[in-house]
Design a protein around this ligand. Structure first.
Ligand code: MG
Length: 202
């Protein structure tokens, strides 16, 4: 399986990092070794001094497709979840400065904690609240109505370049409020009022 992630998909987050608003989705990938499941802890790596949380809504691809038409894109995912796109912001800034790829800053071991997936049915995907708490304090609060590129547009776009396969996971971008983590922190991520993910930083 592969993890596809979208950057710069919420205007307020683009502004907080002084990034340019993209005219097409910003796409990067993480390998399956980035996954953390079942609320497994995250071990702070020695190569960074500035790991940030980015809470994101996930969609799970349920069948193979490429060049998917946007109007059929909704048929390619039945389940949603919540995840954290851990980012080594110090390494990422250096990569960005030099125009280099981001993998070491984004795709390292454990950089993709994910929740269990739940049926999308019964959720309004165009108006979905999601949030992240750090040590009990609300840090990020997003609503999918504020995405620059909604789920179906993302699926259509990325499937032009990468054949999507059953089990692939898409991170759909983070809202404003990203911030650093520290050893000992407890992160909790929610869709609406439901806590779906918990990660301890060790
Ligand atoms: Mg992100």
């Amino acid at each position: 399986m592969k993890i596809i992630a979208i950057g710069r998909n919420y205007a307020a987050h683009i502004a907080e990092l002084n990034n340019e608003k993209p005219s097409q989705p910003v796409v990067f990938m993480k390998p399956d070794t980035a996954l953390l499941r079942n609320n497994a802890p995250f071990y702070y790596p020695e190569f960074s001094k500035d790991i940030h949380f980015e809470v994101e809504v996930l969609i799970k691809i349920n069948r193979e497709g490429k060049y998917i038409d946007q109007k059929f894109a909704h048929k390619y995912y039945e389940e949603i979840g919540i995840g954290i796109d851990f980012t080594a912001r110090d390494l990422q800034s250096k990569c960005k400065e030099k125009g280099l790829p981001w993998e070491i800053a984004k795709a390292f071991n454990g950089s993709a904690p994910i929740s269990e997936f739940v049926a999308k049915e019964g959720h309004d995907l165009s108006n979905l609240n999601f949030s992240l708490k750090q040590n009990g304090e609300l840090k990020q609060q997003g609503n999918t109505s504020l995405m620059l590129f909604p789920f179906d547009e993302i699926v259509a776009y990325v499937s032009k370049f990468f054949t999507l396969k059953k089990g692939d996971i898409v991170f759909t971008g983070t809202p404003a409020g990203v911030g650093p983590i520290a050893i000992g922190d407890k992160l909790e991520a929610f869709i609406e009022e439901e806590k779906l993910l918990e990660v301890e930083i060790k």
